[in-house]
Design a protein. Structure first.
Length: 181
């Protein structure tokens, strides 16, 4: 591929990258300037809003693992992919994202952008980055002619951010407070 053709094919990423950056920065700024309310999302059957977040995030992380395995299969890294793998990949991604929304609402509205220690700062940064990276990936999906590395890189960024979020929240909770509902 010529240098000019390569530049034209990557130019399709400019708008998604810009919008993803706007989402990332907007969430960070909102979380920083918004006065945390302490009011949280709660679901019947859980002992606290924190356990709701822990388990929703764990569900999202498990679905992210399904995303990773199904993506590897679709890209032929695990042999010949079954015909249903694309549907599994799309639906597991949709459900994973849906599980993150109430967690993000709680984190941003009730807690804000936290910088109490290294873990909470990393968690806040991963959260903002996750939604920005997700935005870039979703806006890049319908674009044709992008380089072959684009979707694996974007999917890897979304996966890494979500697992980083899980490690700095749910895993920390399970290892510090314990596993409970």
């Amino acid at each position: 591929m010529s240098e000019q053709a390569r530049r034209v094919s990557t130019a399709g990423l400019y708008v998604p990258l810009l919008l993803g950056a706007v989402v990332t920065v907007t969430l960070g700024v909102y979380g920083s300037v918004h006065t945390p309310t302490g009011i949280a999302v709660n679901v019947a059957g859980f002992s606290s809003p924190q356990t709701v977040k822990v388990w929703l995030a764990t569900g999202a992380a498990l679905l992210a693992l399904v995303q990773l395995v199904s993506a590897l299969s679709m890209w032929g890294k695990l042999g010949s992919p079954p015909s249903w793998i694309g549907g599994l990949h799309r639906w597991s991604g949709r459900f994973a994202f849906l599980l993150t929304v109430p967690v993000a609402v709680h984190c941003l509205y009730a807690l804000g952008f936290a910088t109490y220690d290294t873990r909470t700062l990393a968690h806040s940064l991963f959260g903002c980055f996750f939604f920005g990276a997700f935005t870039v990936k979703m806006l890049s999906l319908p674009k044709r002619g992008l380089p072959g590395w684009t979707l694996p890189l974007l999917g890897g960024a979304v996966f890494t951010a979500l697992i980083g979020l899980w490690l700095t929240s749910s895993f920390w909770y399970f290892t510090t407070i314990g596993v409970n509902l």
